[in-house]
Design a protein around this ligand. Structure first.
Ligand code: SAM
Length: 187
């Protein structure tokens, strides 16, 4: 059956409207777009992950999967988990996970504030200041086994980073490594 051009155009237009409205809706709801970290930031985050042992890594807001997929490929023995609420980024990353056969990667379409992070050893994020405040509070209230937090660009308000990498970009953007534990330095 030959589909007339006008129908193809209408289907395409509907799909574009669906994609755009889904992203706009989740951006308004969550306060952040699913914009991936820059390549320079990924390299810095991966360098910091190298210093975190062999425990589970959780990406808080895994977006389109750019970070979790790289890290799952690099560390096939480590368990990698991503939490993402925005539907299309979560769907895309889940399909990529299947196509690439990444058995060590689990992707949840779930709000990470409500998730049980107690099994994580390393948290990774690229969020915004208000979210960092909420994560700070969650880390203080929950007695988890979390040892490290790596944050692209945004600091944890009341913790002292143990290492900061400055990216070679216009803003000299920071990527922070925090050691999280009862005895670690807080501000
Ligand atoms: C700037 S993107 C970062 C994506 C990826 N981590 C990276 O570095 O490339 C932040 C993501 O966090 C997601 N997000 C924000 N708040 C969330 C929440 N409470 N639960 C789950 N995902 C959330 C957004 O939908 C967005 O895709």
């Amino acid at each position: 059956m030959i589909i007339p051009d006008i129908f193809l155009f209408i289907i395409l237009a509907f799909m574009m409207v669906f994609v755009a409205s889904s992203i706009v809706y989740s951006t308004i709801k969550l306060g952040i777009t699913p914009m991936p970290s820059s390549n320079k930031a990924y390299l810095a985050m991966m360098q910091l992950v190298d210093e975190t042992g062999s425990g589970t890594i959780i990406d808080l807001g895994s977006g389109w999967g750019n970070f979790v997929i790289r890290i799952a490929k690099k560390y096939p023995q480590r368990k990698i988990v991503g939490y993402e609420l925005s539907y299309l980024p979560w769907l895309t990353s889940s399909l990529l996970k299947k196509v690439l056969g990444l058995k060590n990667l689990t992707l949840h379409r779930q709000n990470f504030y409500k998730a049980d992070l107690s099994k994580a050893s390393v948290l990774v994020c690229y969020l915004f200041p208000e979210a960092m405040g909420k994560i700070d509070e969650k880390l203080r209230l929950e007695q988890a086994d979390i040892n490290f937090l790596i944050s692209n660009n945004f600091a944890l308000p009341s913790w002292q980073p143990s290492k900061t990498i400055r990216l070679d970009d216009f803003y000299k953007s920071p990527v922070y490594l925090y050691k999280i534990g009862k005895d670690e330095a807080k501000l």
